[in-house]
Design a protein around this ligand. Structure first.
Ligand code: ADP
Ligand code: MG
Ligand code: MG
Length: 885
């Protein structure tokens, strides 16, 4: 018989796949002797079985649960539904990867009309017993029976109003008893059956509900966002209850062993006295900072500090810990590696190396390269006069400006229209997740640093402010007030998640300041990685920025943007419209000095680093006016002013536009096919490159130009174009008397080029895989059409796992890259290879490039730090793989 259920003492931390993260860690904490309430875990295997059996709990599982329950009962000396010592349990979901707040938990299970009285008698605390029972009814109804919490909240507010109470602690045992009767009526009304009284039935219904919650909408969205596979399933933990709501000697809280926002090595957390479970996370009451626990319950505080330190040392990483205090006794209910901002991830990793907790290689793996992006973005210039409105808790750093919206659906809608919005809520719940995704930032008026909004925003690297107590939100009027100021729906505000400040209007932004730890970790990355990191840059400014971020060269300098400059467009058009070579040459002669200036600027910015310049690539019609617009203009002119002198000119342009019109420009007359038909264009560009090279060499500036021919499919193309480049170099040397070195290579972006790379390598000094076009030509997709028409459908239906334009398709496109590298190096063993294109800045694609033995990746300037780290991780993972073999 397959084992489906494990007591806590049977598991340990490496069994996450089977027991889920929560279950594995509960087992581990039990194993090392921490005070964890007894319990058992129903494995993810049981969840898969459940789904394989069309959502039925099998007999085998039922039996094993009953056996585990018996064992739990004998250990605790309590019985589920017992009239002597009733056992109360929590039913908690827990998957392999933590999905905070995404799935459901039921507390106080085992309560019914009889056990509640027994509990009241045993604890001599009737108020506590009835409070626990009503919580159970509410949670169970919400999670298991599908009766929304809202109805219960509404009932409770009504009750408080009628009795003249301000807050829940004012309710007596008798009051709660009345509330419970009203609650039961709500259940009856919505489900047509009475609230289930049999604890075993309650238990199995809850297990089923947790299994089902794996596929609720918010959990699915969360998994999609975080690339968590859908087939993993969730485990279910059944754990005997401990109570933080027993009075002022009890409480519940959450703490991180280090600050998850800044990374500072200081215990960071919050708690509520006389409260249960989710009260802290839900943000319903704003909790106390952990430090004041020292005052409230000093001995518990001390024990907690010890436990926190012990857990961090044991796991070798920052921990996120849930605890409950029942009558001054501490219990630990959960631990996991804490989610953190990029800033915190880096600081913690670097400091843990200094503390000797982890080594540099582990530190490199602790930071998600994608997260680095958060740090490279602008901050608010506080010296500027922005009107400060209010201040809340700095829950997740970052600056953002946007229009105020209160509704997550609207946030999503407006984002879809390209507007930047800031989501303002009293508190957020897991159902708001799509709105948080869409918003630039989130602000809540209630809740603490560990509230749902804070945890989720930090995970996404989004700015967030919580517990903005002065903010009075009026959902009906769609506005909020701070003192006398009213901010309406769609007004613009700016927030600083690092300080907690909310400001009116738009603030000025200044460049980011990178921490010493940031530099340190990237330095470690540089020492570790094998791949070179270059950048795609078309201007001296971009080149400069990339060098600051650590780029070691330019992997792709596109020249077409230089042609798009408004002052140049007329000259470029003259070149295109020229009737003969003579006229074309005249236009090219005027473009030459401009291009020399372009390349000089870029070479200067890059100094001795290699610069790959790609000769003109797009089809020529891209430089001409739009056909439709021209036609409309001409027609209008013919009617209004037929004698106008521009009319003839416009007609001439229209004729050329028509001539250059193509059925499929992506596969048309572009790339080296232009250079083949109009070699004078590539000749001019090559001249410009070499003139700049020669002039700078004269000045003593070292320059390494690499001339790249785009869209080669046949070696003859490269051979011919190489000749054009070489002739230009000879000519420039003759004119200037300066000799210089350079290389000529090609982009590999047509399958035929990859397949005949051995022949092409005869004429190439380097290959640069243009993976954007190579993806288009391999799949036969035009990117724009694919992304706007059918790609989403493919992703939704699992035809493709990732958008191949974002994550390199290693099976298809990658095979061509491998083939290209292998064949190319067969001809020229030292052939330099790299990729340019967006994949050069994507971590999985970078890992592939590392494994394939490329020399470098090239990406946009802002992604250079990410690429440095991802390349180092690829190297570290490679050595860990060899160890495993
Ligand atoms: P989540 O994954 O959403 O945090 P949990 O399963 O951790 O859900 O539980 C929700 C809350 O209930 C947490 O605050 C947790 O500490 C508390 N809780 C869970 N089980 C127990 C228990 N056996 N006794 C007391 N509190 C519990
Ligand atoms: Mg939890
Ligand atoms: Mg291309």
């Amino acid at each position: 018989m397959t084992k489906l259920v494990y007591a806590f003492h049977e598991g340990q931390k490496d069994m996450k796949e089977l027991l889920g993260g929560k279950g594995a860690n509960l087992a581990e904490m039990t194993r090392i002797g921490l005070p964890v309430p007894e319990g058992f875990t129903i494995s993810t295997k049981a969840c898969s079985d459940y789904y394989d059996h069309d959502g039925q709990i099998s007999e085998a599982l039922t039996d094993q649960v009953m056996t585990a329950l018996k064992e739990l009962e004998s250990k605790t000396g309590k019985t589920l539904g017992g009239s002597d010592q009733p056992l109360l349990v929590s039913v908690r979901s827990g998957s392999v990867f933590s999905m905070p707040g995404m799935m459901d938990t039921v507390l106080n299970l085992g309560m019914n009309d009889e056990t509640v009285d027994v509990v009241a008698g045993l604890t001599d605390n009737a108020r506590f017993a009835y409070d626990s029972y009503r919580r159970f009814i509410q949670m169970f109804s919400d999670v298991v029976l599908g009766v929304e919490s809202f109805f219960f909240e509404q009932e409770l507010s009504k009750f408080r109003r009628e009795k003249g109470y301000e807050s829940d602690p004012e309710l007596s045992a008798a009051d709660w008893k009345e509330v419970i009767e009203a609650y039961k009526k709500i259940v009856k009304r919505h489900t047509k059956t009475p609230f289930p009284q049999d604890p075993k039935e309650q238990l199995f219904l809850s297990i089923k509900a947790v299994f089902d919650s794996w596929n609720n909408q918010r959990a699915v969205i969360y998994r999609n966002l975080n690339d968590i596979p859908h087939h993993l399933g969730t485990a279910v933990n059944i754990q005997s209850m401990v109570f933080g709501n027993m009075g002022d000697d009890s409480g519940t809280g959450v703490a991180f062993t280090r600050d998850p926002s800044t990374g500072e090595a200081k215990l960071y957390g919050e708690y509520l006295i006389n409260a249960q479970g989710e009260d802290v996370v839900a943000g319903i009451r704003t909790p106390q900072p952990i430090a004041s626990l020292q005052r409230d319950l000093p001995d518990v505080f001390e024990q907690f500090i010890d436990t926190a330190n012990r857990l961090e040392a044991h796991y070798g990483d920052m921990q996120d810990i849930e605890f409950t205090v029942e009558n001054r006794k501490l219990f630990i209910l959960q631990t996991r590696n804490g989610k953190r901002t990029a800033q915190a991830a880096i600081r913690i990793a670097v400091e843990m190396v200094h503390e000797g907790v982890i080594d540099k290689e582990q530190a490199l793996l602790r930071v998600d390269p994608e997260q680095l992006d958060q740090l490279l973005h602008p901050r608010i210039d506080h010296s500027d006069d922005v009107e400060k409105l209010t201040k809340g808790l700095p829950a997740s750093p970052g600056a953002a400006t946007g229009q105020v919206v209160f509704d997550p659906d609207e946030a999503e809608l407006l984002k879809g229209k390209g507007q930047n919005v800031i989501l303002v809520r009293t508190e957020t719940t897991p159902d708001d997740i799509h709105g948080i995704v869409a918003a630039e930032a989130v602000v809540t008026s209630r809740g603490g640093m560990t509230s749902h909004a804070a945890v989720v925003a930090r995970g996404m690297g989004k700015a967030c402010i919580c517990g903005c107590g002065e903010m009075q939100i009026d959902m009906k009027a769609k506005s909020f007030r701070v003192g006398n100021t009213t901010v309406n729906h769609l007004d613009t505000i700016t927030i600083d998640g690092g300080t907690g400040e909310v400001m009116l209007g738009e603030a000025t932004m200044i460049p980011p300041q990178l921490s010493d730890e940031f530099e340190t970790i990237l330095q470690w990355a540089d020492e570790t990685r094998r791949l070179g990191i270059r950048t795609n840059a078309d201007t001296p400014q971009d080149a400069q920025k990339a060098v600051e971020f650590g780029a070691e060269g330019i992997g792709l300098c596109r020249t077409e943007h230089m042609f798009m400059d408004p002052e140049r467009v007329p000259v470029v058009r003259e070149m295109i419209l020229a009737d003969d070579l003579d006229n074309r040459q005249k236009a090219l002669d005027r473009l030459l000095p401009m291009q020399v200036e372009d390349f000089t600027g870029i070479f200067r910015a890059m100094g001795p680093r290699p610069v790959t310049i790609r000769l003109l690539d797009p089809p020529l019609h891209e430089f001409l006016p739009d056909k439709e617009e021209l036609l409309v203009g001409i027609t209008r002119m013919e009617i209004q002013d037929p004698g106008a002198p521009e009319l003839a000119e416009k007609k001439k342009i229209l004729k050329s536009v028509r001539l250059l019109d193509e059925f499929n420009p992506m596969l048309g007359h572009r790339g080296c096919r232009l250079g083949m038909v109009y070699p004078e264009i590539y000749e001019m560009q090559s001249r410009a490159i070499f003139k700049a090279t020669a002039a700078l060499s004269e000045e003593g500036v070292e320059v390494q130009p690499e001339v790249m021919i785009p869209l080669v499919g046949h070696v003859q193309e490269l051979k011919a174009m190489r000749k054009v480049v070489e002739d230009a170099a000879i000519a420039v040397t003759e004119e200037t008397g300066v000799s210089f070195t350079y290389t000529v290579g090609t982009m590999i972006e047509i399958p035929r080029a990859a397949l005949t790379a051995d022949a092409i390598a005869e004429e190439a000094d380097f290959f640069s895989f243009g993976t954007n076009d190579l993806t288009q030509t391999t799949f036969g997709y035009s990117r724009d059409d694919a992304e706007s028409k059918f790609l989403q459908h493919y992703l939704d239906h699992g035809v493709l796992e990732h958008n191949p334009f974002a994550v390199l398709d290693t099976e298809g496109v990658g095979k061509l890259v491998e083939t290209g590298v292998t064949l190319g190096r067969k001809t020229k063993p030292g052939l330099k290879t790299g990729i340019c294109g967006e994949h050069g800045g994507e971590k999985r694609s970078i890992a592939f490039c590392h494994e394939t033995g490329l020399d470098y990746v090239s990406c946009s300037p802002y992604r250079v730090p990410l690429a440095r780290l991802a390349a180092a991780q690829a190297k570290v993972n490679e050595s860990s793989r060899t160890v495993n073999v």
